[in-house]
Design a protein. Structure first.
Length: 256
């Protein structure tokens, strides 16, 4: 594609990278990423993907902005309190990079709509930025069924974890965690708290994985669970394997 003068300046640091260059930046501008959750994880993921020039960003979130969100959800500000997060997110992204087309879905993801949302714009990569197990398993199962790559992340207090699923190249989320835990078996951030920067760290890693996948560069977190401990600043990769007979992806491909 032919870049405008503004685009040449905006993406100049990308254009100088051999891993990106003009061809890669064109690919990013033509790519479509769906972010499920416009809160703690979704905020940094959306902002960095938008800044990178992802052409289409889908934002899925049913909630409105609350004052307690602003300790970590950097997509929103005081003036957005009471506003739907997908609307606030769209305004923030448009103010930063008008190249990006934001598609807003102000709804809960469910078994009734998850496939339709993913297929709505035929998204190239999915970001699981949700904060509950039901949604995480739902996203995993839909992405496996539709053969869509996605990045999972979760945070709690000062800990975080993330992994990337690519069809045919590694285990899915259900291979690792099998089933959602019983209700109230695992504490949530509303009850026990979360350090505000934790979703920023993990969400930025998710954006990085999405960009790498779209550009076809580097090594993704497939077959690996990255565990982050902010208290010790320890980043640890754990090898993970496909589960034979997994309810979602079944018997894994030879590459696993």
């Amino acid at each position: 594609m032919k870049f405008t003068k503004d685009q040449l300046e905006r993406y100049s640091r990308h254009l100088k990278l051999k891993e990106v260059g003009a061809k890669g930046q064109t690919k990013l501008l033509e790519s479509k990423v769906l972010i499920v959750g416009a809160g703690g994880l979704g905020s940094p993921a959306a902002m960095y993907l938008a800044a990178a020039g992802i052409g289409t960003l889908g934002l899925v979130d049913p909630d409105v902005v609350d004052l307690s969100n602003l300790q970590r959800q950097i997509l929103h500000t005081n003036k957005d309190i009471g506003k739907p997060k997908v609307i606030s997110g769209n305004e923030t992204i448009q103010a930063m990079n008008p190249d990006v087309d934001v598609v807003a879905y102000q709804e809960w993801v469910s078994s009734a709509n998850i496939k339709d949302i993913i297929q709505d714009r035929d998204y190239d990569f999915i970001i699981d930025a949700t904060d509950n197990f039901e949604s995480k398993f739902l996203i995993n199962d839909a992405c496996v069924l539709l053969e869509k790559p996605f990045s999972h992340a979760g945070v709690l207090q000062l800990l975080g974890q993330t992994m990337t699923y690519v069809p045919g190249k590694g285990p899915c989320y259900r291979c690792v965690f099998l089933n959602p835990p019983p209700a109230n078996a695992v504490p949530n951030n509303k009850d026990v708290g979360v350090l505000g920067v934790m979703p920023g760290i993990l969400g930025t890693i998710q954006a990085t994985e999405g960009i790498k996948y779209l550009l076809g560069i580097g090594e993704l977190l497939t077959g690996k669970l990255l565990i982050v401990d902010a208290l010790t600043m320890d980043f640890r990769k754990v090898e993970i394997s496909a589960r034979v007979g997994c309810r979602a992806c079944g018997v894994c491909h030879p590459e696993c």
